[in-house]
Design a protein around this ligand. Sequence first.
Ligand code: IDC
Length: 496
Amino acid sequence: MTSIPRPSRRSLFAASAVGALALATAALLPSTNAMAATGCSVTYTTNSWQGGFTANITIQNLGDPVNQWTLGFTFPNSGQRVDQGWSATYQQSGSAVTAKNLDYNGTLGTGASTTIGFNGSWTSANPNPTAFTLNGTACTGSVPTTPPTTPPRTTPPPTTPPPTTPPPTTAPPTSPPPTTPPPTGTPAGINGQLRVCGVNLCNQYGKPIQLRGMSTHGLQWFANCYNDASLDALANDWQADLLRISMYVQEQGYETNPTGFTNQVNTLVDKASARGMYALIDFHTLTPGDPMYNLDRAKTFFASVSARNAGKKNVIYEITNEPNGVSWSTIKNYADQVIPVIRANHPEAVILVGTRGWSSLGISESGNSDEIVNNPVSASNIMYTFHFYAASHKDNYRNEVQRAAARIPLFVTEFGTVTYTGDGAVDTASSTAWLDLLDRLKISYANWTYSDANEGSASFKSGTCASGQYAGTANLTSSGNFMRNRIRTPDNFPTS
Ligand code: IDC
């Protein structure tokens, strides 16, 4: 998304020149670009904190259909700024802001709406703008009492006359691209929207389930391992329920190209969704271990991906991978700030919170789960993460996981069959003991890694991703063989 230049004489001039050009062009374009007198209706909601905010803007076209649009509004306070936007290209001159459609959301039929948003900053106060224009027409329209002309996505047209009350469908998708439901019979198709129930993860029927799947390696290094062929193999040959999408923040990751990595994550969410897998979005912090170092990046990233994926039932958010060298109260403080950013856009999604000592529930830094039980994150529908490497972490870790699992909801978002270095031989006895325990407790897991990295934890032999041959066992490492055998056994998800 465009970064916004600070106002100057030059940018003011440039912006008004562009505005004048747009007006002149509109007069020459077909009538589909003109707004009818009834105009538009805009809903602008914000989630604000000291100095910053996230804004979501739903634009409804109440006039003739358009195939491109520009929304205009003015901030009431001079210290308010757009910093990073999504689903539109933003420009700001002084207090005046315009947001222009992107390719995929330019077309708005009569009654159709679209949602865009941005992260902003403020200095003295943060009142919402109240007057909006769409293609120059004031948005004074009220929301029509009839449902939008686009049909609700899941309900086929009724054969009997429609009831007089609007159908009790879910809210219209808040962000593009349009969400298609996961395919029938797939893990996401069967289980639908997940919810934390007590210490378990429950499916749409309120029954505890366990998801079993794989984690990507760092997207910045192994992008060539994540494509239609590899994800077909994961969904169909491995029968995996879950893809964890590991987006490193440092080490040449997100911080070097926020837009590029955000898009890469969204593309993989779509590929997992199309195959009926759950998509776990991992904000892969590691070094530095203090999640607060990445707080602003986390807010920006999660505001964007949660708005973009809000219509999906198969998306889970992991807000920090492995905090280390910091207290539980620091992690909790981070969680208390990041969770509301996601909830503002995607209220029903399950959110996963990392724990102290590289997500060891504190054990690797001489603590235990009591610190979480005594001071839990103040949000519902969340789970705590636990990570282990089977050749390094054994009985004392297993005992604490068993103890913690009775008291707090756990999700193993990452584990290895090898040592914590990510390399070495598979410890089959310890890996088996771990997975038997997780199966018994119905704790979901993702294995590190579904990649061809040259290290013992990788599932594929080096060079596999270049060859494009993922299905079957020919290119698997020992770890890959072990994990494929564990994951592809039947799930038997409850369906009522
Ligand atoms: C490791 C990778 C390795 C890479 C390194 C870089 O396997 O190829 O060079 O990260 O930081 C974790 C981390 C995970 C580690 C993994 C293995 O979440 O990023 O991946 N590990 O060391 N925690 C415990 C182990």
